[in-house]
Structure formats: structure tokens, C-alpha cells
Design a protein around this ligand. Structure first.
Ligand code: GRF
Length: 209
């Protein structure tokens, strides 16, 4: 079967992007055909260069409205012939009209055990709430922020004396394992979105590591 054409969207360091690059080099069911960033000169661009992946800047600051930005972003995805869009630290909220175009074909990673702690400062909020565990979630993107059907999760224990940085440094290790597995499962068709639910080999079962 032909490899699925993955385009990654990033806004910063791109360590998750790197983990997906590494995975793709070892017989995955997808290839990364492009990187799109919305911020100039971020480290993700260097990672793309090193891996010989073309990158494109679509800077939200160059557009008068969110809709104009999303039109340009959509065009960049079409130019890469994207079949699966992988958000990896992409820090823009996307409107319903854009998201609907990529329904079932766009996924995201979020650093909490969704549905807990949508939005920002997830690790601090988990610590402040006295939670015993934190973690990360990969999900299909829908029009709600951090709300789409869950593809996979990884849990990390919250330890005495943890602060947000210490916890984040352990969660990100799990992100780097979980995200490529989820990208591969969606790319191969093992996992699909149907009627708003994520089916894994036909069952309502998320990937857990
Ligand atoms: C990760 O923690 C991810 O869960 C969140 O943004 C961060 C991106 O990190 N969405 P990186 O750019 O992949 O290093």
C-alpha cells in the first residue's frame, strides 16, 4: 500500500515532529512530505532541513483575519497533497470551517489526560488539583479546542515535589513514544473516525502505553 502523505504543523521546538521523523525512517505506513510553521525561525524548521523535508512558513501575522490565515494554510496543505495533517505543538486555534475540511484527517497531541485540562498550563493544573497522574492524549481535531475523539493516551505518575517543568519533562518522553504510534495507526487505516467516534480495528478502544 502507498504510504500516506503526512504534513506536520508546528510552532516551536518540534520535538514531537522529530519523534515522528525518526519513526517514519523505520518502515512506517506514512511519509512526512512537508512541515508548515506559523512562526519564523523556529527549531522545527532546522529539524525539517536536516531530514530533507520541505518546510513552508504561513505566518498568521501576515493575514488580516483568522479566515485569511486559514485559507493560506489550507492552500499550503493542498500544495503538499496532504492526506493526513499532524499538529505537533501548533499554537493556533482553528475555526470550524477549516477543521471540517480535514475531518478524520487531522490529529493533535495535548499534554493532559483529556477530557481533563483542555487549554494551557496543563501540568500545573494537574499538580494544583492534587491529581495522582498526568499524561498526554492524541485526538482527532474537531471544532472544539482539545475536544475531538481520543486516539491514544499515556499516563505518568505525579510524584511528591513535582513542579510543572519536572512533570513536563517526563510527560514529553511519553509523547514521543505515543504520537508516532498514533500517526501510524491512523495512516494505516487501523484507526478511523466515524460518526465522531474513534474506532480501533472496529472497536472503541484507545491506544494506551
Ligand atoms: C507538547 O507538549 C505538545 O503536547 C503540545 O505542545 C508541545 C510541543 O512540543 N501540544 P514540541 O514542539 O513537539 O517539542
Amino acid at each position: 500500500m502507498a504510504k500516506k502523505r503526512v504534513v506536520v504543523l508546528a510552532s516551536g521546538s518540534g520535538s514531537n515532529f522529530q519523534s515522528i521523523i525518526n519513526f517514519a525512517q523505520n518502515g512506517a505506513s506514512f511519509e512526512i512530505v512537508g512541515l508548515i510553521v506559523n512562526v519564523p525561525e523556529v527549531k522545527a524548521i532546522e529539524r525539517a532541513k536536516t531530514a530533507n523535508i520541505p518546510s513552508k512558513l504561513v505566518n498568521h501575522k501576515d493575514y488580516a483575519t483568522r479566515t485569511d490565515f486559514e485559507t493560506a494554510l489550507n492552500q499550503a496543505l493542498l500544495d503538499f497533497n496532504a492526506e493526513l495533517v499532524v499538529c505537533a505543538g501548533f499554537m493556533r486555534i482553528l475555526q470550524a470551517e477549516f477543521v471540517e475540511k480535514w475531518e478524520g484527517k487531522m490529529i493533535n497531541i495535548h499534554p493532559s489526560l483529556l477530557p481533563k485540562y483542555k487549554g494551557l498550563h496543563t501540568h500545573q493544573r494537574a499538580i494544583d488539583a492534587g491529581d495522582k497522574t498526568a499524561g498526554c492524549t492524541v485526538h482527532f481535531v474537531n471544532a472544539g479546542v482539545d475536544e475531538g475523539a481520543i486516539i491514544g493516551q499515556a499516563e505518568v505518575e505525579i510524584m511528591d515535589g513535582d513542579d510543572a517543568d519536572k512533570l513536563a519533562s517526563r510527560v514529553i518522553i511519553k509523547e514521543h513514544i505515543l504520537y508516532p504510534l498514533c500517526v501510524d495507526a491512523v495512516a494505516s487505516g487501523k484507526i478511523i473516525l466515524t460518526n465522531g467516534a474513534c474506532l480501533n480495528d472496529g472497536k472503541l478502544e484507545m491506544i494506551k502505553i
